[in-house]
Design a protein around this ligand. Structure first.
Ligand SMILES: NC(=O)c1ccc[n+]([C@@H]2O[C@H](COP(=O)([O-])OP(=O)(O)OC[C@H]3O[C@@H](n4cnc5c(N)ncnc54)[C@H](OP(=O)(O)O)[C@@H]3O)[C@@H](O)[C@H]2O)c1
Length: 341
C-alpha cells in the first residue's frame, strides 16, 4: 500500500500569477505568536506542505521580529523552485528589538525592510511581497511606487496588500498590478466582504484569507484564551477569545460541529471548505493559509479542499459572523474595516 498523500489542486494566484496549491500555509505559528513551539515538529510540518501540494508559504518580517523568516530559510533553500514564498513589511522594528514601533509605509523604510527579509530568508528575490498594514501618513501611490521599484530591480516578483479596502486596492492596482490581497476571512470574520472581496474579484486579484480557522477557535481547540493559553500566546489579547465573549462565541460553533459530523470531517475542515465556497460565490480565486505546528493537521487541512458543502449547510453557517461577540483585534485602527466609508 502506498503512503503517498493526495495532492491538492492548483490555481493561478491572480491573473497571470504563479500556479500554487489551492490552500497555502501560514508559517507564523510555527515559531511565533501562539505559545510554545517545537522546531523538529515544525520542520516536519513544513516538509508535509509539499507532500500535500501546499506551495504558497506565508511569513512576515514581524513574526518573531525576523525569527520566523530565519526559521524558514533552510526549508526555502532546500525547495526554492517548488514554493511561492510570501513575506510582508509594515510593522516597523529594528534588528534586535522585540516590539514594533508603529506602522510604516515610508519608501525608504520599505527598501530597508525588503533588504532585511531577503537577507533573513537568504533568497535573491521574494516571490510575493505584501504591505502588511496601511500607513495613512504616506500616500498609497508613493508606497506602491516604492514596492514597484523593488520589482523592477528584481528583488521582488509580485506585489500584495494586507488589510486594505476595495478602494485602496483599486488605487494601488492602478500604480502596479497587485497579485493578491491577504486579509482575515472566515466563518467568524467577514468584514472583507464589504468591499475588498468585490474589488479583488473585479480586478482578477487573488484573495489569501488569513486566520481561516479563526486563529484556532473554530476548531474548538480552546474557548477562553485568557484561562487556557500560555502567557506568550497573542490570542489572549484578542477581545473575542476571552471571558463572556469567548463563552458566547463558543456556542456559535454548534452548526459547524453538526456539519462536521455529517461529513465525517473536523470543524477545521468545514471552516476551510466554507471559505473556498464563499469565494466561489464571489467569483474569486482564494488560497487560504491556515497555520499549524503539526504534520497531521496540515494533511487534515489540505484534505478539506475536497469537501463540498450543500446549500443547506452554507445557510446554517451564514448567520454566525453577524453574531460574534468582540472585535478581532484589541486595536482595530489598523484594519481595513476601520477605513471603510
Ligand atoms: N496579514 C496579516 O495581518 C495576518 C494576520 C494573522 C495571520 N496571518 C497569516 O495567516 C496564517 C494563518 O493564520 P493564523 O495562524 O492566525 O490562524 P488559523 O490558521 O486560523 O489558525 C491557526 C491555529 O489553528 C490550529 N489548527 C490548525 N489546524 C488545525 C486543525 N486541523 N485542528 C485543530 N487545530 C488546528 C493551530 O494550532 P496547532 O499549531 O497546534 O495545530 C493554530 O493554533 C498565519 O500563519 C500568518 O501567516 C496574517
Amino acid at each position: 500500500m502506498s503512503n503517498a498523500v493526495e495532492q491538492i489542486r492548483k490555481v493561478e494566484l491572480g491573473t497571470g500569477g504563479p500556479l500554487v496549491g489551492v490552500q497555502g500555509f501560514g508559517a507564523m505559528g510555527i515559531s511565533a505568536a501562539y505559545g510554545e513551539t517545537d522546531g523538529a515538529a515544525a520542520r516536519d510540518t513544513l516538509e508535509a506542505t509539499l507532500e500535500a501540494g501546499v506551495t504558497l508559504i506565508d511569513t512576515a518580517d514581524m513574526y518573531g521580529f525576523g525569527a520566523n523568516e530565519e526559521f524558514l530559510a533552510p526549508f526555502v533553500a532546500a525547495h526554492r523552485d517548488e514554493i511561492t514564498l510570501a513575506t510582508k513589511f509594515g510593522f516597523e522594528f529594528r534588528a534586535g528589538e522585540s516590539s514594533y514601533r508603529g506602522i510604516s509605509n515610508d519608501p525608504a523604510y520599505i527598501r530597508k525592510a525588503a533588504e532585511g527579509s531577503l537577507r533573513r530568508l537568504n533568497v535573491e528575490a521574494i516571490d510575493l511581497y505584501y504591505m502588511h498594514r496601511r500607513d495613512a501618513a504616506v500616500p498609497l501611490a508613493e508606497s506602491v511606487g516604492a514596492m514597484a521599484e523593488l520589482v523592477r530591480e528584481g528583488k521582488v516578483k509580485r506585489l500584495g496588500l494586507s488589510e486594505v479596502t476595495g478602494a485602496e486596492l483599486h488605487e494601488a492596482h492602478a500604480v502596479h498590478p497587485i497579485t493578491a490581497v491577504q486579509s482575515e476571512w472566515s466563518v467568524f470574520s467577514r468584514d472583507v466582504e464589504q468591499s475588498a472581496v468585490g474589488a479583488a474579484a473585479a480586478l482578477g486579484v487573488a484573495f489569501v484569507p488569513y486566520s481561516p480557522l479563526g486563529r484556532g477557535f473554530l476548531t474548538g481547540a480552546f474557548t477562553d484564551a485568557s484561562k487556557e493559553l500560555s502567557g506568550s500566546d497573542f490570542r489572549q489579547l484578542l477581545p473575542r477569545f476571552s471571558g463572556d465573549n469567548a463563552e458566547a462565541n463558543a456556542a456559535l460553533l454548534a452548526p459547524l460541529r453538526t456539519i462536521a459530523a455529517d461529513h465525517g470531517a473536523s470543524t477545521a475542515q468545514i471552516a476551510l471548505a466554507w471559505v473556498q465556497q464563499r469565494a466561489q460565490a464571489h467569483g474569486l480565486t482564494v488560497v487560504p493559509i491556515p497555520g499549524t505546528r503539526k504534520r497531521s493537521r496540515l494533511l487534515e487541512n489540505a484534505a478539506a479542499t475536497r469537501i463540498t458543502l450543500t446549500a443547506e449547510e452554507l445557510a446554517l453557517l451564514e448567520p454566525i459572523a453577524g453574531r460574534v461577540a468582540g472585535d478581532r483585534y484589541a486595536d482595530m485602527s489598523h484594519t481595513a474595516v476601520a477605513r471603510e466609508a
